[in-house]
Design a protein around this ligand. Structure first.
Ligand SMILES: Cc1cc2nc3c(=O)[nH]c(=O)nc-3n(C[C@H](O)[C@H](O)[C@H](O)COP(=O)(O)O)c2cc1C
Length: 273
């Protein structure tokens, strides 16, 4: 083993926190360097990421509607090449459920030429609200994630071929339908077209929102204008230094209220190894 990497899509930073901690712990255990590859911004997803048989990669994605985000799955499928490397599949979810996302990421990595010796689903604060899984992962949860990463690294010490999980071990079905968001009335909440509203009195025109949008959709000259798709990731809402951006779409707000109402119990992490 020559190198440990993290590779992740993480608009609001939770996935980044978890997979970087995992990669750092594994690299310290194996005594090899760690490299962190952030594929959140569009320009970082325009290149290929090719790995090889002397590498262990912690690949992380958030759960969106019970799956890997649908606009990002093609990147993992088409631009990430395993080449016999080992990959640990990691998804982070906001206290509702990871549904089929971990199975989907496992399938993508296996098809992409990785051995997948371990997989994890980690509850983290929900991008929509800090009323769901507030402050998670805690320091203790990050330590548990790091200990899991060390165990995965120990199983991969030396060069490939690496062990891989049997497909049936990872819960879920990677090609199952997406979760349908529900509103407070229990009926489907349709907010696909919602975009963040901008409070022009508060907006500092600093350009942060345009710089952090993983779809490159926020107009650089007029931050209230969207030039492309909005995936509701909340990076621009959370990172705006003036608190000038928010979702006001009634169907979205109704879904968020339903989540806060129904998903307060602390979800548990799943470590499959
Ligand atoms: C559009 C969207 C859909 C989401 N869908 C789910 C979901 O189905 N289940 C869940 O538990 N959390 C869901 N979440 C919460 C995220 O998975 C969670 O907050 C994650 O930590 C976000 O990762 P990030 O901080 O790296 O962006 C969703 C978040 C967003 C933005």
């Amino acid at each position: 083993m020559k190198k440990v990497c993290s590779l992740y899509f993480s608009p609001c930073g939770n996935v980044e926190k978890v997979v970087r901690a995992m990669a750092e712990a594994a690299s310290a255990r194996l005594g090899v360097p760690a490299e962190h590859l952030d594929a959140t911004l569009p320009e970082a997803r325009r290149r290929e990421y090719a790995f090889g048989p002397e590498q262990l990669v912690f690949v992380g994605a958030p759960v969106y509607a019970g799956r890997v985000p649908n606009k990002i799955a093609p990147f993992f499928r088409e631009a990430v090449r395993g080449g016999g490397a080992a990959a640990v599949a990691v998804v982070c979810f906001g206290n509702r459920s990871f549904d089929n996302a971990l199975a989907e990421l496992f399938d993508i990595l296996t098809a992409g030429g990785f051995a997948v010796p371990a997989a994890a689903a980690v509850p983290t604060e929900h991008s929509f609200t800090n009323a769901l899984a507030p402050g998670r992962p805690t320091a203790a949860e990050l330590a548990a994630a790091s200990a899991f990463a060390v165990r995965a690294a120990e199983r991969c010490a030396g060069a490939g071929p690496f062990p891989s999980l049997e497909p049936g071990r990872v819960p879920g079905d990677g090609s199952a339908p997406y979760y349908t968001p529900l509103g407070a009335d229990g009926r489907p909440a349709m907010f696909l077209k919602a975009v963040p509203a901008v409070d022009r009195d508060r907006c500092l025109r600093c350009g942060t929102c345009a710089a952090v949008c993983p779809m490159g959709s926020v107009d650089r000259a007029d931050p209230a204008k969207m030039n492309g798709v909005c995936i509701k990731c909340h990076a621009c809402v959370q990172k705006c230094p003036a608190g000038a951006r928010s979702f006001t779409d009634p169907a979205f707000l109704s879904h968020r209220a339903m989540l806060i109402d129904h998903y307060q119990r602390p979800a548990q992490a799943a470590y499959i190894e």
